[in-house]
Design a protein around this ligand. Structure first.
Ligand SMILES: Cc1ncc(COP(=O)(O)O)c(C=O)c1O
Length: 322
């Protein structure tokens, strides 16, 4: 039975029924992986439904389009508005938002320029990506035998559908072997990221995360967590990290729109720290959830309200935290 996420999907500026959001089998994207997409969360905060870091997600989408020379006939503001409108017409209070842009049905060859660019926004209610227990207890993961794409092959900074063939190999291997997730190394053997999330390590009291040149997606949760962790007195260092630091770390956790902040309790059956969520992970997790669930104030202006009129935003650089 196919899953239905919402009633209405945004398509090139208009709303269509979920069941009408169909494409031709000869669309370029099906044969050549030419899609660019985002994953965004709308949270039910105490102020009402609000979308977390929508501007940053739309910036990344437009940068993905730029890299793949995909001309999108919508401005960033139009895309932001379209996401908000999609939530409104579906009367959702919280949801996961999937804007996707791809090369449609035109000609049959690899050359994408002859195919029209199509844009859709679908939403659905998506709970805890790695399960409810994972948030508290953590997950058991492995290092994948698959590496992330080499530099100058597939651009890791673009969130392209084709990149997720690599992610699928990592995820399938991990789940077949009984792990919740796999961590890929980069082509030099340094830690890169999970199949759909970035990684942080706590090592001797300091926080580390791999840099952009370790073939990671520049995660928006990664950026948010770096800021929140620094506020808590844990500045994050972006460093090339050897594989063995996974096993020797005191704590480790994944971050991403889907996984939010999820502790890692073991890697390749080697316990991380005490084999449960570590204290620094817990503090950062609490700070993150307090922010996204709207218990704390939106001091960085990261939220876009869905139903309420636009609140006055506080630009990040002007924020001084006590
Ligand atoms: C491969 C990969 N890395 C990292 C992330 C985390 O990115 P974000 O925090 O922007 O969701 C994602 C999720 O989109 C991903 O698919």
């Amino acid at each position: 039975m196919p899953v239905r996420g919402c009633e209405r999907i945004w398509h090139n500026g208009e709303f269509i029924a979920w069941d009408d959001a169909k494409i031709h089998v000869m669309s370029h994207v099906i044969h050549y992986g030419s899609s660019l997409f985002e994953g965004v969360r709308c949270y039910k905060t105490r102020r009402g439904a609000e979308v977390f870091r929508l501007d940053s997600h739309m910036d990344r989408l437009l940068n993905s389009c730029k890299t793949y020379r995909m001309d999108l006939p919508f401005s960033k503001q139009e895309l932001v508005d379209a996401c908000v409108q999609t939530i409104r017409v579906n009367s959702m209070e919280k949801c996961y938002i999937r804007p996707i842009v791809f090369r449609g049905y035109g000609d049959f060859g690899v050359n994408p320029f002859t195919c029209p660019v199509e844009a859709y926004i679908a939403i659905w209610d998506w709970g805890r990506y790695l399960g409810v227990e994972a948030i508290e207890k953590g997950v058991d993961v492995c290092v994948s035998s698959w590496t992330r794409m080499a530099p100058n092959t597939f651009p890791a900074m673009a969130k392209a559908g084709g990149n997720y063939l690599n992610s699928q190999l990592i995820k399938m291997e991990a789940t077949k072997n009984g792990y919740a997730e796999g961590i890929a190394l980069d082509t030099s053997g340094f830690i890169s990221e999970g199949s759909g999330e970035n990684i942080f390590l706590v090592y001797r009291g300091a926080l580390y995360t791999p840099p952009l040149f370790s073939s990671i997606l520049p995660g928006i949760t990664r950026d948010s967590v770096m800021r929140l962790a620094a506020d808590l007195g844990y500045p994050v260092q972006e460093k090339v990290l050897p594989r063995e630091m996974l096993y020797q770390a005191d704590e480790a956790f994944f971050v991403g729109t889907a996984v939010e902040v999820t502790p890692i309790r073991s890697v390749d059956k080697i316990e991380i720290g005490s084999g449960s969520r570590g204290p620094i992970t817990e503090r950062i997790q609490k700070e993150f959830f307090a922010y996204v669930e709207g218990q704390s104030d939106d001091i960085y202006g990261w939220f876009t309200p869905v139903y309420a009129p636009e609140r006055k935003r506080t630009p990040a650089k002007e924020v001084v935290r006590a």
